[in-house]
Design a protein around this ligand. Structure first.
Ligand SMILES: Nc1ncnc2c1ncn2[C@@H]1O[C@H](COP(=O)(O)OP(=O)(O)O)[C@@H](O)[C@H]1O
Ligand SMILES: Cc1ncc(COP(=O)(O)O)c(N)n1
Length: 292
């Protein structure tokens, strides 16, 4: 009997379809996983910005978690926009109640347009209640700075920030480089409790169509982990997935458009995009490195 890996996203709805629950479910589907969702908040959102935020009450979040937990065999899950401390607590309790493993935390704080998707006082709840449950936490640079209290200005401070985040109890962290000032390279830095460090590097694409990049990356990682892929392979697939999604923009909407969630699969099927994975010892620090 053929079946698919069941994976879950606990996140906010983006009416514009480029980020949040919608990006996650599209990504799960593209990568051949069966996606379930727990909606934490509804946003009225498009490519121009966030126009309204309507958080669910805790009971609604708990009932959705219970509906999933009592019926599905969840192999990996991710969190996205959680908005407030009550939803974070409910989420952490649900994850423990059902013994879900392979938790990817995308600590969503501020949308690209500037709207706050997490209340200030909820940052502490993420750090204390959720991060200790994480297999991998995937902050962007500003989020890593908030979580670690360290300004990331170079590679040394990026590593210090990663170590500070690991000290909160996550098994691994990947600090994504989309917000770095490097004009040529988008480089993500992974570090785990065993001291394994991996760099995911790609050409930085000159595009404004970046709405939902972080959601899409963490959803791809979750799908691959749920399918049973080893962490390193899942990381590189996620990087390839987002690179393809950014390289083939759809030009939807009048602002920061969504990425193209179908591009990775289409590229592979048509064999038009070759995302090269080659190990390299260009770096003398021993970091595993692949180039695209
Ligand atoms: N212009 C770009 N070109 C290539 N990759 C990018 C670009 N912007 C972001 N990425 C990649 O997209 C993923 C999400 O990164 P980032 O934009 O930092 O996260 P977030 O959406 O959470 O702010 C990372 O793998 C990052 O390297
Ligand atoms: C519901 C929801 N979740 C997450 C994001 C973050 O995505 P981005 O950082 O690309 O704006 C978003 N804009 N909306």
């Amino acid at each position: 009997m053929e079946t698919k890996a069941q994976v879950l996203t606990i996140a906010g709805s983006d009416s514009g379809g480029g980020a949040g629950i919608q990006a996650d479910l599209k990504t799960f589907q593209e990568l051949g996983a069966f996606g379930c969702s727990v909606v934490t908040a509804v946003t009225a959102q498009n490519t121009l910005g966030v126009h309204g935020i309507y958080p669910m009450d805790r009971k609604a979040v708990k009932e959705q978690l219970d509906a999933i937990g009592t019926d599905f065999d969840i192999r990996a899950l991710k969190t996205g926009m959680l908005f407030d401390a009550g939803i974070i607590e409910e989420t952490a309790q649900g994850i423990k109640r059902y013994g879900w493993e392979q938790l990817v935390i995308d600590p969503v704080m501020i949308a690209k347009g500037g709207a706050s998707l997490l209340q200030q006082e909820a940052v502490e709840a993420i750090k204390t209640m959720l991060v200790p449950l994480a297999a991998i936490i995937t902050p962007n640079i500003p989020e890593a700075e908030v979580l670690s209290g360290i300004d990331i200005i170079d590679k040394a401070s990026r590593r210090m920030a990663a170590e500070a985040i690991l000290s909160l109890g996550a098994e691994a962290v990947i600090i994504k480089g989309g917000h770095s000032t490097d004009p040529d390279i988008a480089e993500d830095f992974y570090l785990d409790q065993q001291g394994t460090a991996i760099l995911l590097r790609s050409e930085r694409l000159q595009t404004e169509q970046t709405h939902g990049t972080g959601c899409t990356f963490s959803a791809a990682l979750t799908a691959e982990l749920g399918k049973g892929k080893p962490v390193e392979e899942a990381l590189f697939t996620a990087k390839e997935f987002i690179q393809a999604a950014l390289a083939h923009p759809l030009h939807i909407g009048h602002g920061h458009g969504p990425t193209h969630h179908a591009a990775y699969k289409e590229s592979i099927e048509k064999e038009v995009v070759h995302l090269v994975r080659e190990s390299s010892d260009l770096f003398s620090n021993g970091y595993g490195q692949r180039r695209y």
